[in-house]
Design a protein. Structure first.
Length: 275
């Protein structure tokens, strides 16, 4: 008879809850959160929500007026004007954030732009227009290169300031699956998902987590500028039969920051659009 020995599995001892949680506080108190594109739209909504829960906010935006207005409205925030596609601006911006706040805990890679166009627009065998290479490069620069530069500098600051781990939250889009007329945007958002998974593998040893939020149709100024009948048609395609709110994305961001066993995956905030 062959005897099989089953190795004994030793489970780790249960860790006591952190003191902040025992006192009824949340896991955002005192966290320093840098948010790109934080002066308006989804970025501003995330900033407002996290600040209301005790986080300290670094508003990063290429538009100094928007950054300063957001920081003025949020007691715990400071503005940083920065073109995230330029390395010579990103590096000093994150150095300044670490110096001003004394630490960095979270980066929310939110900044992005649209430049929609079909690859080739044709009818009846005649080509009417072709997608612009310049606009392709611009979308990739902002949505992908900018996210890479900010994540690199944020990770370096998180490691150097010796905080108890950190989080990179990458705001992608349902477009990562491929949207009609969005070759550039879909490619950038799919690339952001891939980079986020790489960062989860590389940075986990430093206690840094990397997650993706992929919003669906959200009530931003750009979306709500669409004709009413188009919005109603869009809502009918969503199982919950309504457009999402910016608050839904902000609450998902807070959940990711607080749940310290989430990394390398995607949270889709889309009302079931992809079901």
């Amino acid at each position: 008879m062959v005897r099989v020995t089953v190795p004994r599995i030793v489970l780790p001892k249960e860790q006591p809850a952190k003191e902040t949680m025992e006192n009824g506080e949340n896991g955002l108190d005192g966290k320093v959160v840098a948010i790109t594109g934080g002066g308006r739209g989804i970025g501003r909504g995330i900033a407002d929500h996290l600040a209301a829960r005790g986080a300290r906010i670094a508003i990063i935006d290429v538009d100094s007026t928007s950054a300063e207005a957001a920081a003025a409205a949020i007691k715990s925030a400071r503005p940083y004007t920065c073109d995230i596609t330029r390395e010579d601006q990103v590096v000093p911006a994150f150095e300044a954030i670490a110096a001003d706040f004394g630490r960095l805990d979270v980066l929310v890679n939110n900044a992005g732009i649209f430049r929609d166009a079909q690859l080739v627009n044709a009818k009846g065998g005649q080509v009417r227009s072709k997608a612009s290479a310049e606009e392709f490069d611009l979308v990739i620069d902002v949505c992908l290169r900018g996210a890479f530069l900010c994540a690199r500098e944020a990770a370096a600051r998180i490691i150097e300031t010796g905080t108890d781990g950190g989080v990179i939250v990458n705001i992608s889009s349902g477009a990562f699956r491929g949207n009609f007329g969005q070759t550039n945007y879909s490619a950038a958002k799919a690339g952001l998902v891939a980079m986020s998974r790489v960062w989860a593998k590389e940075l986990g040893r430093h206690g840094i987590r990397s997650m993706v939020i992929a919003p669906g149709a959200i009530e931003t100024d750009l979306l709500m500028s669409m004709p009413k009948d188009a919005l109603e048609g869009m809502a009918r395609q969503i199982p919950l039969r309504r457009i999402g709110r910016i608050e839904n994305v902000a609450r998902a961001t807070a959940h990711i920051i607080e749940n310290d066993y989430l990394t390398g995956s995607i949270v889709e905030v889309n009302g079931g659009m992809t079901v």
